[in-house]
Ligand binder design. Structure first.
Ligand code: C5P
Length: 219
């Protein structure tokens, strides 16, 4: 790879974007950042430290944030996810998180060929000049089913109906919020994963990326 590449992925909750982003990162040796985890991290801190929770507190937490902290399994709960979609509506919080994300996208560690970020506003706000942009989606029922199965493997006590309800709520929060709402930008390639296996979806995306990199003389 000659030039550093930047891949931007946006998607509604549980559409399979994270799974695909990890596969792409591995295949092209890209630094991967799941930006939703940052909002989940802040939400988790809010639930834990109700009293101390303010902008100064968040700034400090993000300044000292290590990627490893984002791997905390507690961030995966439904309660944290819903709270994340609430705090993510706050423009001040989004601004605090912005610089952390830009650093990962534009200055990934040297050993990588570039970066890949997934979230809600990556193509529209964080990496507007990405080499390639994707909008990954799937039907609400299949997204709820996938998330339900995932939570079951984590031994969480939750029903399918509860998961469906919470995904609907998050969709509403994410699509309808005032700042950086989830949307497909004109230059994002739409991938619908409803009827695709993980593998077939990855192969479809890989084909598109390879074509673009060849066109750019970057492969
Ligand atoms: O992707 P994930 O489901 O982990 O994201 C949790 C929440 O964080 C989302 O529902 C959304 O409200 C928020 N988020 C965001 N912008 C991003 C990534 C996530 O607002 N770039």
């Amino acid at each position: 790879m000659k030039k550093k590449i930047k891949i931007a992925i946006d998607s509604p909750a549980a559409a399979g974007a994270g799974t695909q982003a990890k596969l792409i990162a591995k295949n092209y040796n890209l630094f991967y950042l799941d930006t939703g985890k940052i909002y989940r991290f802040i939400a988790y801190e809010k639930i834990k430290n109700k009293k101390n929770f303010n902008y100064r507190f968040i700034k400090k937490k993000i300044k000292n944030l290590k990627i490893k902290k984002l791997q905390n399994k507690k961030l995966l709960s439904n309660k944290v996810a819903t709270e994340a979609s609430v705090i993510a509506q706050d423009i001040k919080i989004r601004k605090i998180v912005h610089s952390f994300q830009s650093k990962c996208a534009y200055f990934p560690p040297k050993k990588f060929n570039g970066s890949i970020l997934d979230g809600r506003d990556i193509a529209s706000v964080i990496v507007k000049d990405a080499t390639i942009k994707f909008f990954i989606t799937a039907s609400i029922r299949i997204r709820a089913l996938r998330r339900f199965k995932e939570l079951k493997t984590l031994k969480r006590k939750i029903t399918y109906a509860e998961v469906l309800k919470s995904i609907k709520k998050r969709d509403k929060n994410d699509y309808e919020r005032k700042y950086s709402p989830l949307k497909r930008t004109k230059d994002s390639i739409l991938i619908n994963t409803t009827n695709l296996t993980k593998r077939s979806c990855f192969l479809k995306i890989k084909k598109i990326i390879d074509k673009k990199l060849k066109l750019d003389g970057n492969l």
